[in-house]
Design a protein. Structure first.
Length: 182
């Protein structure tokens, strides 16, 4: 199987189900951003500090592929069976958030991204997750999107923020509170 098909050379691509759309279509932008997020989660997973969480982060990447599959499908034409999310996937994120939050000092202010390169990678993943969520919400305004996808992305960005704080704590890096200039 060749990597290139040449079918997209004129700026269109196929959704699962056969419908051709412009590569600039909101559906493509949505699942492309989820793919970008998946790459950043892989980068976060590869950080030494996350060895203990590597399996969980890999599971998140699997869920992001599931979300990408759903978003890449034409909701009106695709008959193909694709993987799906479950409410338990969201609950699992919430449980991990609660565990990490209990293990770090209480949050008393907004936190500036940074403090350590590994933490910065995680903040980038969090921001990309929020962008993916916004795009998928916009897509849902014009086409069917399973509400669980939006819920998962929302909770995932919370998980990534909690992970940033946990990584900062484990790395003994400085967590810089935002002090607004007045």
């Amino acid at each position: 199987m060749k990597i290139y098909t040449k079918t997209g050379d004129k700026g269109t691509t196929s959704l699962i189900g056969g419908t051709r759309v412009a590569k600039s279509h909101l559906r493509i932008e949505s699942y492309g951003t989820v793919d970008e997020l998946n790459a950043y989660v892989g980068l976060v997973r590869d950080q030494e500090v996350n060895k203990v969480r590597a399996d969980f982060l890999k599971e998140i990447q699997d869920r992001l592929f599931t979300i990408g599959s759903s978003l890449a499908s034409d909701p009106e034409k695709s008959k193909m069976k694709i993987p799906d999310l479950h409410e338990e996937d969201v609950v699992l994120l919430e449980q991990e958030i609660d565990k990490m939050t209990a293990e770090v000092p209480p949050l008393r202010a907004f936190v500036l991204p940074g403090g350590h390169q590994s933490v910065s990678f995680c903040h980038v993943a969090r921001c990309v997750c929020r962008r993916a969520e916004r795009l998928v919400i916009r897509l849902q305004e014009e086409s069917f999107v399973d509400e669980l996808i939006i819920k998962y992305l929302n909770r995932l960005s919370d998980y990534l923020f909690a992970l940033c704080r946990k990584m900062t704590y484990e790395l003994q890096a400085e967590e810089v509170a935002w002090k607004p200039r007045m």
